[in-house]
Design a protein around this ligand. Structure first.
Ligand code: SAH
Length: 379
């Protein structure tokens, strides 16, 4: 496979130029080294076609030395934008739409935001595409809510891409490295898209977390659900639940699911997702550790705990509290084997051990590995 031309500047693909099977072998070695002491590591579940899997595409805008609009990623450890025109990972339709946006900008005299001076309007574009539904959301991140001739811009963009379902203006007027600001103004459509995963329909807002590789996500969730071996009467917790994906797929088998999530927008989506799928599940907004500690203090019990924390992993307090609920099974979905190994160590101290370890390649060509671990009480 030909190597991507901008790989050195972009820095996203640590495994560029490496044969796909070899990438999977390297990831297996990483898991084996970090997790091997906890149990037998299954071979990494790879993709049949590992290209253009990213259904969420983000580009930052800038102008080059000749004043032309460019868009792409930041050069490693800098805020210089590297022009990305053809990426092996990004969804092809999203790339097409971004090309159109770049082409339209000059004729609408939309100024690109300058990070040094703070002047200008357009900062980023974020495109999300529902894999099963094909629904497309375009989020234009701007430094101000005032977007000159926005109706005409929306019209021109939709004329070239009638397949776009919704266009949102996100206002980010802060001088920060966060991509999205807190205010969303819907310019066209419903302001969110939906997608189907494991037989449930999910609503995805501009800032909610949603896995970027839908093909692998379906495998990941199905593995997590099968590890959990759910019974109808099981009391289930979905910690770090995002828009409720794992918990709602679980709610098809068990009537007592509770989700906990920090991001209020995601919690809103999770509640609407429960309703839209006619599933019974309760979702709370808050810190997962505080929630578990409170449950443990109240003397509550759980049969199954799913947990899917961000890269930083969970906390010692979470682990202590979670094990006090005496779950029969804990299913840990992790995007970082280093913090996973640390957390498994804490679980061991509390009497739980890994029974199954299944790595999944959610991010081909990058060095990231996702892993699902089933734990239960040590005999
Ligand atoms: N299980 C979901 C989301 C996983 S991503 C899915 O598969 O789509 C991790 C989630 O943890 C994010 O939604 C993030 O907002 C949330 N999160 C981060 N820190 C948290 C905390 N301290 N307490 C609860 N949720 C947290």
């Amino acid at each position: 496979m030909e190597k991507c031309k901008i790989t050195n500047k972009c820095g996203s693909c640590q495994y560029q130029g490496i044969d796909y099977q070899e990438q999977l072998d390297l990831k297996y070695e990483i898991c084996q080294k970090l997790l091997g002491d906890h149990g037998r590591v299954q071979p990494v579940h790879g993709m049949k076609d590992p290209l253009h899997y990213r259904n969420k595409v983000h580009h930052a805008f800038a102008t080059d030395r000749k004043g032309r609009v460019i868009s792409g990623c930041y050069e490693a450890n800098s805020h210089r934008v590297v022009m990305v025109d053809e990426c092996m990972l990004e969804d092809l339709k999203a790339q097409e739409i971004i090309r159109t946006i770049r082409k339209l900008l000059p004729s609408f005299k939309i100024r690109i935001y300058n990070e040094d001076t703070g002047y200008g309007l357009l900062r980023h574009v974020l495109i999300r595409r529902g894999f099963a539904t094909g629904e497309i959301m375009v989020v234009l991140v701007c430094a101000s809510p005032v977007f000159p001739s926005k109706n005409n811009f929306v019209k021109a963009l939709r004329k070239e891409h009638p397949e776009i379902n919704t266009i949102v203006l996100n206002v980010n007027d802060k001088r920060t490295s966060m991509v999205l600001g807190t205010r969303n103004i819907t310019l066209y459509g419903r302001g969110f898209i939906t997608d189907l995963l494991c037989g449930c329909r999910f609503r995805i807002s501009p800032d909610s977390f949603y896995q970027v590789n839908p093909v692998q996500t379906e495998y990941l969730y199905n593995t997590a659900i099968s590890f959990a071996n759910l019974k109808p009467e099981d009391v289930v917790i979905d910690a770090y639940c995002g828009i409720g994906t794992i918990g709602l797929v679980a709610a098809k088998k068990s009537g007592k699911v509770t989700g906990i999530e920090l991001n209020p927008e995601a919690v809103k989506d999770a509640r609407l997702n429960a309703k839209a799928n006619s599933l019974k599940a309760r979702f709370y907004q808050g810190d997962a550790t505080e929630f578990m500690v409170k449950m443990a203090e109240d003397g509550q019990k759980a049969d199954v705990i799913f947990m899917d924390p961000p890269r930083a992993g969970s906390t010692k307090h979470f682990v202590d509290a979670a094990t006090k609920l005496q779950p029969k099974r804990i299913v840990y979905v992790s995007c970082n084997p280093e913090t996973l190994a640390r957390d498994l160590g804490w679980f061991n101290k509390m009497g739980y051990e890994a029974k199954k370890i299944q790595p999944v390649d959610m991010f081909p060509f990058t060095g990231h590995v996702e892993t699902v671990v089933l734990m239960s009480k040590a005999k």
